[in-house]
Design a protein around this ligand. Structure first.
Ligand SMILES: *Cc1c(COP(=O)(O)O)cnc(C)c1O
Length: 758
């Protein structure tokens, strides 16, 4: 089917296709595709997969005959991604059923899930898990078709021209659904028209294409599409309206939260089918801090799977086994009735008829020191469990989109050569986003060579959370050396005083060959050795000891964000090169060079050298033009109370908030003790309530602020956005004459961070 050449023999029946070694569950029946991307090479994972039991590999590069395992099969193809796509195409061709192909800029996943909710009472539906809509995700989705499938629903997403033809050949949709056109992924298209034409290629062979009636809001348009598709499939109008009325909102996130009793909660109430169970278990197992915590799965009945219950729960039991789940809480009549499918596992299992019974049980009360995956169909109302487990300290949260961080990393990768390493700056608690979660997300990204923190204690925290990547410490304190040694942290060294103290401490601790990073001062005049005058003494000092080894030499641009400093940046670069060349000439090993920060990566890609240091850009803000790349953090709160206040009254301390009309004033729980700058008050800035600006009235207090909602329809308890996609920190920064860095890093630790992945 793929035109492969076969090497080796083995008798294997393949059920599962794998492209990401971390997702391995069923080694005996898995075919691994070693895919090469700009960011990684699947071939490097073959030995590991072999040791975990995989015996069938699709490869581009064949290992040496000697390295080829005798009991394995290698299928060699020209391009492994194309082979994966070919295989999915052949599989698709064997199904003569209606297949819905969905594309468009927004709402694909919502429409897909809603169609599933509407169609699944009558037929067995196979659909893309979550938003698997890429060149790899689509073939893996289509591979999910099986003998019982009566209809397929698949999403197709593209980011550049030429991709849709491949997806069309795999999905072969008979019914097309187009959700509309927006600006996402515009960078690779010359115009909206070009993007529209590309997307339309999905529909080349469709019998019908459905588009939303013009003039509807986004939400109405999604419902309208579902209505039209069901009508086309012959569903009666009254049934359609009944089911539309019952549609559940789609939360497409896996949320990670800090819970009571030292628990970590992974909340996935999105749906409870087998595919998404696999993905969620995977997500749980990729978290490095799981090692010392018990793994608990709280799972409801799995509904509408089309698989007989015995077989279904046998499958689930297989998942629990392969993912090392220590404790299962099964909730619902069906899973309880199939309890005997779980008896042979090492997993400790308990079953409850419904959510309330579980919440009242001693089992629930005893839950502690665990990582808990909560996964259930909507009707079981597992949000009650999440709420009961959550630590509620403060109603203001900083929500962090971990996918967006990866997207931003990939955005900056486009300026870099594949071999250039990236130092990801996670100092200042990852610019306020939370260094631990951000580092966990970044450390598995291949081009990332280092994480960088400000002080040793931040590095120690990362190590304690299971981070294994090399960590650079930009501001080592003379009192923190033991922490550096103990946690294998690599300090920046910028002065002779620091260097001498470090050598002495390292020699005293019996350390040799510790990597350090030499900083040169080329114009910032903050920290660093002078490349003109200090090099001979620095080299002499380094050559006469063995405790430390210069691993890299670097400097920092003072104005890479602005064209007006280009001549000075060039001068800095010249001074840097002089110093770096001098240092390098004194040592036989290669000393890594780096200078570009976020703005530099984009503005001076020709100065990327061995490494670059990516900071603000990771967190979604382009320092060159203050635009948002992919929004990462959203600071959100809720309205505590609303007052109708008469004109001529005042709001807040010192009567600063003079009202000139009868007003509605909402109080929100954020103040300067949360890091919310007092200068934002007195109408210098605004928050967003239902998308509309609500200016701050009067002085910002310690824990509370007041906003003017006179012109906005809203109620107590409604959400308020303090910053986020529609109100970038850059706007707040401009209002109070500072920079977005300060807004991001000021949000205090008492504001709870909530992490999610799409
Ligand atoms: C913080 C920092 C960076 C990152 O700067 P951004 O402007 O956020 O990219 C790079 N290098 C050094 C030395 C830093 O201290």
């Amino acid at each position: 089917m793929t035109g492969a050449r076969q090497f080796g023999e083995a008798d294997i029946t393949i059920d599962h296709l794998l492209t990401d070694s971390r997702s391995l569950c069923f080694p005996e029946s898995t075919l691994f595709f070693a895919i090469k991307t700009p960011h990684g090479d699947g071939h490097t994972y073959i030995p590991d997969l072999y040791s975990r039991g995989v015996r069938a590999f699709v490869v581009q590069d064949l290992p040496d005959r000697a390295a080829m395992a005798p009991d394995s099969v290698y299928l060699q193809v020209e391009n492994t991604l194309t082979a994966l796509q070919r295989l999915a195409e052949r599989k698709r061709e064997t199904y003569d059923i209606p297949v819905i192909g969905i594309t468009g800029s927004n709402g694909k996943t919502t429409v897909k899930e809603w169609l599933y909710q509407m169609l699944s009472p009558d037929m067995t539906v196979t659909r893309s898990p979550r938003s698997y809509n890429s060149q790899i995700g689509v073939p893996l989705s289509v591979w999910g078709l099986w003998e019982k499938s009566q209809i397929g629903i698949f999403e197709a997403g593209i980011s550049q021209p030429g991709e849709m033809e491949a997806l069309e050949r795999i999905i072969q949709p008979t019914i097309g659904v187009f959700t509309g056109l927006g600006t996402a992924h515009q960078e690779n298209f010359q115009s909206m028209e070009q993007k529209r034409q590309e997307k339309m290629k999905l529909f080349t062979h469709c019998q019908t294409v459905i588009m939303p009636t013009p003039g509807l809001t986004a939400l109405e348009a999604d419902r309208d599409l579902c209505r039209q598709v069901c009508r086309y499939l012959g569903m009666a109008d009254d049934v359609i309206e009944q089911r539309l009325a019952r549609l559940e909102p789609i939360a497409m996130r896996l949320e990670v939260k800090q819970g009571r009793h030292n628990c970590i909660i992974i909340n996935d109430t999105y749906n409870s089918d087998m595919n998404s169970l696999g993905i969620a278990l995977d997500f749980m197992n990729r978290r490095p801090d799981r090692a010392d915590r018990q793994r608990v799965l709280i799972l409801s009945d799995i509904q509408q799977s089309g698989i007989p219950p015995t077989q279904l729960y046998q499958h689930v039991a297989g998942y629990l086994h392969t993912h090392g789940i220590e404790h299962l809480i099964g909730i619902g009549p069906a899973i309880s009735a199939n309890a005997d499918q779980f008896t042979n596992l090492a997993t400790h299992c308990r079953f409850y008829p419904d959510t309330d019974t579980y919440l009242q049980s001693p089992d629930f009360a005893a839950l502690r020191d665990s990582i808990v995956l909560i996964k259930g169909a909507r009707q079981f109302h597992f949000e009650q469990i999440t709420q009961a487990l959550e630590q509620k300290v403060h109603e203001t949260t900083l929500q962090v989109d971990l996918n967006a961080i990866v997207d931003n990393l990939n955005y900056y990768r486009t300026f870099l050569d594949p071999q250039t390493r990236i130092v990801c700056m996670v100092k200042a608690d990852a610019y306020g986003a939370g260094a631990i979660e951000v580092s966990k997300t970044l450390q598995s990204q291949t081009q990332v060579g280092y994480l960088a923190v400000a002080v040793a204690d931040e590095g120690a925290q990362l190590r304690s959370a299971g981070i294994t990547k090399p960590i650079m410490v930009m501001n080592p304190q003379i009192t923190g050396f033991d922490t550096l040694f103990e946690y294998h942290l690599e300090p920046e060294v910028y002065s002779f005083r620091l260097l001498d103290a470090l050598i002495q401490a390292a020699e005293h601790a019996g350390i040799t060959g510790m990597p350090i990073h030499i900083k040169l001062d080329t114009g910032m005049h903050r920290l660093g050795f002078d490349p003109e005058t200090d090099m001979p003494r620095l080299i002499d000092r380094l050559q006469h000891q063995t405790a430390l080894v210069p691993r890299s030499v670097f400097s920092h641009f003072v104005g890479s964000d602005s064209d007006s400093f280009d001549p000075f940046s060039a001068e800095q670069y010249r001074r840097y090169q002089f110093g770096a060349d001098t240092l390098q000439a004194a040592f036989p090993h290669h000393i890594l060079r780096h200078m570009d920060n976020t703005a530099g990566i984009e503005h001076f890609p020709q100065r990327q050298m061995d490494m670059v240091r990516l900071g603000l850009g990771l967190y979604g803000i382009n320092p060159r033009d203050n635009s948002i790349i992919n929004n990462v953090t959203t600071l959100q709160t809720t309205i505590l109370q609303i007052h109708d206040v008469k004109s001529n009254e005042t709001v807040g301390y010192s009567r600063r908030g003079q009202l000139t009309r009868d007003s509605r004033i909402a109080a929100i729980p954020i103040g300067y003790a949360d890091g919310w700058n007092r200068h934002l008050g007195n109408r210098n800035a605004y928050a967003l309530v239902h998308g509309q600006p609500a200016p701050y009235v009067g002085n910002i207090c310690m824990d509370v602020s007041m906003i003017d909602v006179t012109d906005i329809q809203c109620h107590e308890g409604d959400p308020v956005i303090l910053f986020g996609r529609d109100l970038p920190p850059t706007i707040l920064a401009q209002a109070i004459d500072t920079i977005p860095y300060e807004i991001l890093t000021s949000v205090s630790h008492r504001v709870k961070r909530v992490y999610y992945q799409e």
